[in-house]
Ligand binder design. Sequence first.
Ligand code: 4NP
Length: 143
Amino acid sequence: MKKVLFVCLGNICRSPAAEGVFTKLVNDHGLEKQIIIDSCGTQDHHQGENADPRMINHAQRRGYDLTSIARGIKPSDLDEFDWIITMDNSNYENVLKISSPKNQHKIKKMMDFSTDSQTKEVPDPYYGGPKGFEHVLDLLEDS
Ligand code: 4NP
């Protein structure tokens, strides 16, 4: 059993989408009993909320169901999860700050898994238009 946690800022756009894309991949490969998937934000300003309706709609068009309820990251997440995958450099630095040295090796950047070596971050789509949400999904699917 492995546990994977996706992390962004608000846990209403990028990390719920990452959770949805990865969950479908895991289910399609019949690995749902071996991999536990969750997401959270470095902030808890949206605690208890569903994913952003724009992110839900764009994801749904590609066949992903976003069911996450927003929550902030807890120090215990660092002990509990095996892989902690952050969306941008700011998320990465903020998670590193709350991690004890023994857990730092678990913290990764999503774009480290991408075939696109030029793009280093999954950009925050919150204040932009539809293209930003599609771009997020393109990057997540590739990674
Ligand atoms: P996320 O996007 O980190 O991908 O969930 C954001 C959601 C909300 C805000 C910023 C980014 N906000 O400022 O409320």
